[in-house]
Write a protein that binds this ligand. Structure first.
Ligand code: NAI
Length: 339
């Protein structure tokens, strides 16, 4: 019962596939499993029938989280690994989700986290490149606009980078956009999906409301307010938590939702499309080689990167504000690995 009802919330309605593909062996690792995101994310992944084995790693507390989560009566096996067991944690994994690193406190931007999180993410990426070089890597650790290029450059150095297998998780922006728009339109969030493109911080988050049935009805001041709330929704949580961190529960939900979408694609389901921050040709001619847009997920990871489609003048302005900042964030990540 528990598995079923929870699934309905993290999955799209195509549950037809669950029985078929649950038979496939998919080992998923969470690096940073002891943290505010890592714990509920591990629980949600334990509840995902497409996950057959769960490998939980953190420099603190992962064996405890694993023992706890392992008692949930779903099919997957769970193992926890201590600080010095990263290589063991990564053995045989197909998907690695990374929420390791420090979160924001009030007044901080995501870029303020760079100094601490850049090296954490680089070191984890190096280990993945060594032990599980064909794993799909889902980066949650902020600043995503920089940490994804850091992972790419680290894997490139090791000679194992495949752009089809690296994803910045921007799903929380997509989740927030649908939820906030639903509230304004008095519909269910399932009816008000919004494509969010660009990156994952402030002005780099560009919601394409004009492409949404309900979003295009929002105009004037209400439109400005909605865009601002989607771009800075994370600040609401940071402020309300008052020094105790940033979004953890909604992020765990979003992380599990994206992981599930990827697993559906890996299992051969067609038409799984969601925004994610990947190595992308869309703005590469402007020196921006990572970008979030709708991506079709398939057996090899990235199957197809969609064009962004028609934009209104307002969205064009948002995109113009996004691109230079995103470029700086990407270059900062690359420079960190190069030096
Ligand atoms: P947290 O501090 O509660 O947990 C982080 C965990 O990472 C801790 O358990 C810590 O021990 C662990 N850790 C630190 N260094 C590690 C290493 N080298 N290897 C393995 N684990 C390590 O932080 P929280 O709230 O879980 O946030 C984690 C990250 O996710 C932050 O960078 C935060 O900014 C980011 N985040 C990303 C979002 C997104 O939309 N992509 C949304 C919200 C947060």
């Amino acid at each position: 019962m528990l598995a079923r009802s929870a699934l309905r919330t993290i999955a799209t309605p195509s549950s037809r596939l669950f029985h078929q593909s649950a038979a496939r062996q998919t080992k998923v690792a969470v690096l940073g499993a002891g943290g505010g995101i890592g714990q509920p994310l591990s629980l949600l992944l334990k509840n995902d029938p497409l996950v057959t084995s769960l490998s939980l790693y953190d420099i603190r507390g992962a064996p405890g989280v694993a023992a706890d989560v392992s008692h949930v009566d779903t099919g997957s096996e769970v193992a926890g690994y201590a600080a010095d067991q990263l290589d063991q944690a990564l053995e045989g994994v197909k998907v690695v989700v990374i929420p390791a690193g420090v979160p924001r406190k009030p007044g901080m931007t995501r870029d303020d986290l760079f100094n601490t999180n850049a090296s954490i993410v680089r070191d984890l990426a190096a280990a993945i490149g060594r032990v599980a070089p064909t794993a799909h890597i889902l980066v949650i650790s902020n600043p995503v606009n920089s940490t994804v290029p850091i992972v790419a450059a680290t894997l490139e150095k090791a000679g194992v980078f495949d752009p089809k297998r690296l994803f910045g998780v921007t799903t929380l922006d997509v989740v927030r956009a649908a939820r906030f728009l639903a509230g304004l339109s008095s519909v269910s969030p399932a009816e008000s999906p919004v494509t969010v493109i660009g990156g994952h911080s402030g002005a780099t988050i560009v919601p394409l409301l004009s492409q949404s049935e309900y979003g295009k009805k929002i105009t004037g001041e209400a439109y400005e307010k909605l865009v601002n709330r989607i771009q800075f929704g994370g600040d609401e949580v940071v402020k309300a938590k008052d020094g105790a961190g940033s979004a953890t529960l909604s992020m765990a939900y979003a992380g599990a939702k994206f992981t599930h979408a990827l697993l559906r694609g890996l299992n051969g389901e067609k038409g799984v499309v969601t925004p994610t921050f990947v190595k992308s040709p869309l703005y590469a001619d402007q020196g921006i080689d990572f970008f979030s847009s709708n991506v079709e997920l398939g057996p090899n990871g990235v199957e197809k990167i969609h064009e962004i489609g028609p934009l209104t003048a307002e969205e064009q302005k948002l995109l113009e504000a996004c691109l230079p900042e995103l470029k700086k964030n990407i270059e900062k990540g690359k420079a960190f690995v190069a030096n």
